[in-house]
Design a protein around this ligand. Structure first.
Ligand code: 5GP
Ligand code: ZN
Length: 110
């Protein structure tokens, strides 16, 4: 989608150091990390938010990439966050899963 920063990262228009890539998803470190490890997993296909995901396959390929990446990074415990909508903290409207590790996380989330 034009003018979507994460589409541009996914298609290479914005050069970004990818920590994982497969046919359907890419992962890269967050620009403004909130933990010692903080990366984002995004589908290559543009979906504005979780509300727009239209197939089990899309859920599957986004989430199934996560344990592959954490295994590679030798991380066993981590927080995953999907902000959906502005009031939930979503600022980039191309769905992304935050994966954070390397510190303790409080609950409930702020
Ligand atoms: P949200 O607030 O939508 O859940 O998360 C968006 C995340 O994307 C933020 O944590 C922000 O730091 C990150 N982000 C925004 N623009 C860029 C960018 O151009 N490159 C990278 N690597 N991260 C970005
Ligand atoms: Zn996009």
């Amino acid at each position: 989608m034009a003018d979507c920063i994460f589409c541009k990262i996914a298609n290479g228009e914005i050069p970004t150091n990818l920590i994982y890539e497969d046919e359907n998803v890419v992962a890269f470190n967050d620009l403004n990390p909130q933990a010692p490890v903080h990366f984002l997993v995004i589908p290559k296909k543009h979906y504005a938010s979780l509300n727009d995901i239209d197939s089990k396959e899309a859920f599957g390929y986004i989430f199934s990439a996560i344990p592959k990446i954490t295994a590679k990074l030798e991380i066993k415990e981590y927080r995953t966050v999907v902000n959906t909508g502005a009031s939930a903290g979503q600022t980039v409207f191309h769905i992304h899963v935050h994966v954070m590790a390397g510190r303790d996380f409080g609950w409930p989330a702020g």
